[in-house]
Design a protein around this ligand. Structure first.
Ligand code: ATP
Length: 316
């Protein structure tokens, strides 16, 4: 078996009483685009910071391409690029100077820097901004520059912490096209996101909740982890129905989707049978129902809300 690009064995980090990451174990194969999903405060950034050797694990261990991320952190540093959640570039330096600065810091041979800088400016579509101060770039371009800087030493692995947060759809698409490009070149990508359409684009997804890994599998397997299709109903007025149905026994949760209500229930067929016999809400008008295929938003809702009754728990 090929050595995993990233390997975690009961990795944990506590800050006093806060268990930011707890017994996280997983293996990620080279070339994977791994999407790391979880609510705010779930432990994603702490995990990435441990993997980058920036935070010392409380217990457990992690390896990148076979090297221990803490004990061998000086060696490991050359193996990855890191795009942090916060803007980490030098605002007063130009686009080109930032890339060259990071190149110098990562010990890229001087003679190779001009050609690499050109390649990275081309790749990130920043050639026209070469002499512009980083601080005056738009949010999307800053992220592309951050990516260029993270790639200057040509690492086999890339960590990105919410790289598309706050970006418009065009820049989000551009960022993902680039990630695909890099993945095709064999780079392993570990990316955190709150966007479910981005989770769909990953080859594998992990869900973390309160520092613990709930599931890890390709998006298709996660969607297949639902026990059954989801019940979607059309009821009027819809907002009143949303609130009313949330309190009904047997319904774990309700979400609004394009004007319809999607229900998470252990036995949705029973609900439909009962409601067809007798609709129990005289103040609400039943219009119709259909069965929907779960998407990643459903998966995320089910895992993060603990709707175990609708899931066959997935772990690859
Ligand atoms: P977000 O999506 O908001 O970035 P996250 O999933 O990245 O969240 P973390 O930033 O890893 O979550 O935080 C996990 C938990 O650890 C949170 O409860 C957070 O408050 C806590 N935490 C993180 N860093 C520290 C620190 N340096 N000191 C104390 N607590 C911390």
């Amino acid at each position: 078996m090929t050595e995993p690009a990233i390997f975690l064995d009961r990795l944990s980090k506590s800050y006093g009483d806060i268990h930011a990451v707890e017994n996280l174990s997983l293996a990620i194969a080279p070339g994977t685009i791994f999407g790391f999903l979880g609510a705010n405060g779930a432990g994603k950034t702490t995990t990435i910071r441990m993997l980058c050797g920036l935070v010392r694990p409380t217990s457990g261990m992690a390896k990148i391409t076979g090297a221990d991320v803490w004990r061998q952190r000086h060696i490991v540093r050359s193996k990855f690029g890191y795009v942090a959640q916060r803007f980490s570039l030098y605002r007063d330096l130009t686009v080109e100077e930032n890339i060259r600065f990071f190149g110098g810091a990562c010990r890229v041979p001087r003679g190779e820097l001009p050609a690499r800088t050109d390649r990275l400016l081309e790749l990130t579509d920043l050639k026209a901004k070469r002499d512009v101060a980083a601080g005056s770039l738009s949010g999307g371009m800053r992220q592309l520059l951050a990516l260029a800087c993270a790639l200057v030493h040509e690492p086999p692995l890339l960590f990105l912490d919410e790289p598309t947060s706050g970006l418009d759809p065009v820049h989000r698409q551009q960022m993902w096209n680039l990630l695909y490009d890099l993945s095709h070149r064999g780079i392993t990508i570990f990316v955190t996101t709150h966007y479910m359409d981005e989770a769909e684009r990953c080859t594998e997804v992990g869900f973390i909740e309160k520092g613990r890994l709930l599931a890890k599998a390709p998006p298709r397997a996660l969607k297949a982890s639902f026990q059954a299709k989801l019940l979607e109903i059309e009821v009027e007025p819809v907002m009143e129905a949303l609130v009313r149905l949330r309190g009904v026994p047997g319904i774990l949760g309700v979400s609004l989707r394009s004007g319809s209500l999607r229900l998470y229930a252990a036995d949705p067929e029973k609900l439909v049978t009962e409601w067809k016999k007798q609709w129990p809400f005289p103040e609400l008008r039943w219009v119709g129902h259909r069965w929907a295929e779960p998407d990643m938003e459903d998966v995320f809702t089910a895992y993060s809300q603990g709707y175990d009754a609708v899931l066959k728990l997935a772990q690859s």
